[in-house]
Design a protein. Sequence first.
Length: 413
Amino acid sequence: MNTRLAGHARQSAYDVLLSDLDVSDVKRFQDDSIWPYFERLRKEDPIHYCNDSPYGPYWSITKYHDIVAVNMTHGVFSSEQGVTIVDLPEEYWTPSFIKMSPPKHGEQRNTISPIVAPENLAKLEGLIRRRVNAILDGLPRNETFDWVDKVSIELTTQMLATLFDFPFEDRRLLTYWSDVAATTPRTGHEIDTWEKRRTVLSGCLDYFTRLWNERKNAEPHVDLISMMAHSPATRNMEPREFLGNLILLIVGGNDTTRNSMSGSVLFMNQNPSELRKLRGNPVLVSSAVSEIIRYQTPIAHMRRTAVVDIVIGNKHIRRGDKVVMWYISGNRDDEVIDQADSFVIDRKNPRQHLSFGFGIHRCVGRHLAELQLKILWEEMLNRRLDIKVVGEPERVASNFVHGYSALPVQMVA
């Protein structure tokens, strides 16, 4: 964001009445002007009630330790009413294990967790590296291209296709379904009604149902569809629950990694001293990966609903209130993270971030996301690639997925 826009955003953030401050405005995420609004809430009202927003009234939790506390008390703050600030109309609701409480949550989560267990990640590492090499070798030299499309989407979609054992030639359908699933219908956009969203996702369900029917009668394999089809915890899911879990796995496996890959190139361009530091000491790549994921915070928030009356920070949260944990704000809490607004690849505690959540709902695929980003940067460093950002990034109009729709770059030969 340019200096003038940043100054205007800061002024606006502090001019508005605190009681009127609504950090859910997607425009501020799209133009990257959201930061001073969260800064103000952390300083002045870290447990903040917004009475009037496009999503109805909600509480904002903006400080690191408060977010951890809400995450860790699923008996008080439930995910069963949804995990985003948006209240889906009942007819479009899809259950999934992230929206479940124990024991069902654990049973379904444990069904798919072996695919990202250390022994399987070790098997996937060589495949990821070969794909990264092929993509990097095929990038154009000395001409502008879109890093999001050519690298970030392609790498993550190939991995999703592998995890699902999804027909490789149709893999871009996974990206499309992920984007639609993470979309709140808006006037003037392709998905402008909930019914259009349902129609697209019904196509996703139909496609995966065909795969399910093939695999439920075959020998079990290590792919997500086969694992669910053969597990007692998931083999009898109703279609809406199957779709809900598909959406969870597709969005979770796509957006976190893809947007961190895009953000990593942007951040290294914005902070050339950190890139020099990494090139001079490539052993820092693991630390850099954690810092990239913190600084990007690819999932901006998670929502819970209070199931009892409770007091946090002298604020009385009532049963049924919507409570939004802004991970994107907690990751900039300078009372916990030193120089939180700065991109520092060799900080002392690089894994101290909220991007994967905490507690029973902590991201099941977090180690795979880190592995893909680590391999990408290892191979870029090996090739001494010089990737220059040559235009402003296009950001997604969302307060949930914090990401990029385009990033123009050039690779200098």
